[in-house]
Design a protein around this ligand. Structure first.
Ligand SMILES: C[S@@+](CC[C@H](N)C(=O)[O-])C[C@H]1O[C@@H](n2cnc3c(N)ncnc32)[C@H](O)[C@@H]1O
Length: 317
């Protein structure tokens, strides 16, 4: 037992307390509050045996393979060729119906998805931004619904978020070149008024790009090293509603799991597959006031398998 007397003003209190309680009393009732905290040894645990991290050594040569020119792909016909020749002579990501019964042979055909996609039926008088627009299927769909549309995408391959060693490889092989989707061909053929601008998603901001009543951004977060930073930029140009569609792992959503599969950008620049809850949480954390899930879908593709589940989220500012 230790005896201590504490004085405050004209009063004095004397305690008899076990030794261990002394520092507590001194901290709370004594004059000096500077008693150093001494961590008890049991607060530290060294995990034994030391776990083994499983890492893979990735091949940067393989990572850039999809960006090497292919001998079997013809040189795109120029604007003097017929529409059919122009359409046939190039790669299309989107399947787009053009006048004269011409349909681009896209890697994805989103047409059956449109009725389930949850876009507002009538966007008359609204401004809309289609982020990461590629050939412009969704930009043209927003225009068809009455919006005044801006479509944005990067201007060069090197703007993609390649992993560090893959970027070095891209530079070494001189593979950087302009990213030229079929958008211009489709816009001319459709006599569309969609305005195309070039910007990295991370650089979107209200001072340079303005704000839009409706923002559509699909299938790009999985390709970004910093998806939440990109979502913040998307939030900054959203005036009212954002339609955010991206890949997710629905099987991760047991309970309230906010797990993410990390892929590191090595294969066709896929960095992350978040659980549904994680994706929705990222949207909220980027500054949106609310987020709701409209639907989840899987869409087959022309090359390879059907690919990932995609979540359609509707967010408001
Ligand atoms: C998988 S496609 C999705 C096309 C379209 N949004 C859709 O959902 O059908 C990915 C698009 O994201 C674009 N992209 C990739 N990285 C980007 C970035 N950092 N900023 C803006 N666009 C980017 C690509 O150029 C490409 O057009």
């Amino acid at each position: 037992m230790a005896r201590r007397t504490f004085r405050r003003g004209g009063f004095a209190v004397t305690f008899e307390a076990p030794i261990g309680v002394r520092s507590y009393l001194r901290q709370h009732f004594g004059r000096s509050k500077r008693t150093p905290f001494i961590m008890p040894a049991e607060m530290l645990t060294i995990i034994q045996p030391t776990p083994t991290p499983h890492v893979k050594h990735r091949d940067p040569m393989a990572a850039v393979a999809p960006w090497r020119p292919r001998a079997d792909v013809p040189t795109p016909a120029d604007a003097t060729a017929t529409l059919e020749e122009q359409v046939k002579s190039r790669y299309w990501y989107h399947t787009i119906e053009l006048p004269g019964g011409i349909v681009t042979e896209g890697e994805f055909d989103h047409r059956p998805l449109v009725p389930h996609y949850g876009l507002p039926e009538d966007l008359t008088g609204k401004s809309a931004l289609d982020v990461a627009s590629f050939d412009g299927f969704w930009a043209f769909e927003l225009e068809r619904r009455g919006a005044q549309v801006t479509s944005v995408d990067v201007g060069r391959i090197s703007s993609y978020d390649f992993p560090y060693a893959a970027r070095r490889q891209l530079e070494t092989e001189g593979l950087d070149r302009p990213h030229v989707p079929g958008f211009d061909i489709a816009r001319r053929a459709l006599d569309s008024k969609v305005q195309r601008i070039t910007s990295n998603i991370y650089d979107l901001n209200p001072a340079d790009h303005g704000t839009y009543d409706f923002v559509h951004v699909a299938d790009v977060m999985l390709h970004l090293e910093s998806p939440t930073r990109a979502l913040r930029a998307v939030r900054s140009v959203t005036g009212d509603t954002a339609h955010i569609v991206d890949a997710c792992r629905v099987d991760f959503d047991e309970g309230e799991s906010q797990a993410v599969e990390y892929l590191g950008g090595w294969e066709v620049i896929v960095w992350w597959l978040p659980s549904l809850s994680t994706l929705a949480q990222m949207v909220l954390d980027a500054g949106f006031r609310s987020v709701r899930l409209h639907a989840v879908y899987v869409l087959g593709r022309k090359y390879g398998d059907g690919g990932y589940h995609r979540a359609i989220l509707v967010a408001n500012v």
